[in-house]
Design a protein. Structure first.
Ligand SMILES: NC(=O)C1=CN([C@@H]2O[C@H](COP(=O)(O)OP(=O)(O)OC[C@H]3O[C@@H](n4cnc5c(N)ncnc54)[C@H](OP(=O)(O)O)[C@@H]3O)[C@@H](O)[C@H]2O)C=CC1
Ligand SMILES: Nc1nc(=O)c2c([nH]1)NC[C@@H]1CN(c3ccc(C(=O)N[C@@H](CCC(=O)O)C(=O)O)cc3)C=[N+]21
Length: 284
């Protein structure tokens, strides 16, 4: 079997075209969705993601404002900046690019962003709302993954979904969203025993660990759906996922590539959340 490739970039482009129309209509009512991105330090990967976000925002018509801080910026300064943005009625979404330098505690910053402007969906209030299945900002990468599965009418209910990785931004929330869709969810992580057995039993596999070519075609059940979240820069400078795409596509039924897979969907869901926030603020 050769898998059907789910191109996130194609789906993302279609969704962005729809969003552009929605934003045009909002602008006619005087509403301009606005996202503020805070980038601390000069990590090249972070800079590259932030550029992607800026480009996509301008395509859709979402106003996007980038605030760059030096790598020695203090937690106190960042908290004051967030407080100002929380109070700024023109700003609908605030995103602080992760990871943060060591002197700044990630959780303190995440909790300082007002839940109504937390378009990343990382605030505990929004995580709690997601957990209980309430309407909220869903974390962008997990939301993008569910949207990709649904775009291909892939059945989730009753399936064995295995998530490899348990970070707060990807692994844990994607498992929760799959559970909300009635999958039977297993999480694997660095302490998991007999991981091969879990992987072999998976109908839907989400790989989010950050290790190039970790998963091979021979590891998976024939016909499994494979979602590759990993972004790894390898020796030759190119990007590759956590999945050995060439071998896995011979065994899987559906597979996502890297690049052009989950990454562009993450950015698209960020714009979706920003537009949602603007609409909610203006009660439309
Ligand atoms: N495409 C996109 O939009 C996005 C892509 N990414 C990419 O996804 C990948 C994961 O990111 P993130 O979740 O932030 O990563 P983290 O580094 O925060 O977490 C990695 C997770 O993988 C687990 N893990 C690591 N090695 C193994 C192993 N050999 N076997 C089993 N589990 C393992 C860790 O386990 P433990 O908890 O036990 O340490 C941890 O839970 C990265 O490549 C990142 O760049 C991230 C965000 C968005
Ligand atoms: N507060 C916060 N929110 C995030 O959502 C967040 C973050 N911090 N920190 C880092 C991770 C990573 N992330 C990516 C987004 C897009 C691509 C993406 O578009 N990738 C392209 C390739 C881009 C390229 O060529 O460099 C692709 O896969 O096709 C990748 C990774 C968001 N993250």
């Amino acid at each position: 079997m050769t898998a059907e490739v789910i191109y996130g970039n194609v789906l993302a482009e279609n969704l962005r075209l729809e969003m552009r129309e929605e934003v045009d209509a909002l602008k006619e009512q005087g509403i301009i969705p606005k996202l503020t991105v805070i980038l601390i330090g000069d990590n090249p990967a972070s800079k590259s993601y932030v550029r992607g976000k800026q480009k996509a925002s301008s395509f859709v018509g979402v106003e996007s404002n980038l605030i760059e801080l030096p790598s020695d910026a203090t937690e106190k300064y960042l908290l004051e900046l967030i407080d100002t943005l929380n109070k700024d009625s023109q700003v609908h979404g605030i995103l602080v690019q992760l990871p943060l330098p060591a002197q700044i505690q990630e959780q303190v910053i995440i909790e300082a962003i007002h839940p109504d402007k937390d378009v990343d969906g990382f605030h505990p209030v929004n995580i709690g709302r997601m957990l209980t299945g309430k309407d909220t900002f869903l974390p962008c990468t997990p939301f993008g993954i569910i949207t990709m599965l649904k775009s291909k009418n892939i059945e989730i209910a009753g399936k064995n979904a295995v998530v490899i990785g348990r970070s707060n931004i990807v692994g844990k929330p994607v498992g929760q969203l799959l559970l909300n869709e009635n999958a039977t969810v297993t999480y694997c992580h660095s302490k998991t025993k007999n991981m091969e057995e879990h992987i072999k039993a998976a109908d839907i596999l989400i790989v989010a660990i950050g290790k190039a070519h970790f998963l091979k075609g021979e590891d998976i059940k024939p016909g499994a759906v494979v979602i590759d979240v990993g972004i790894n820069r390898i020796e030759d400078g190119s990007l590759t996922g956590d999945v050995d795409f060439e071998s896995a596509k011979e065994t899987a039924s559906y597979i996502t590539p890297v690049p052009k897979g989950v990454g562009p969907m993450t950015i698209t869901m960020l714009l979706h959340n920003t537009i949602k926030s603007a609409k909610r603020f203006h009660q439309v």
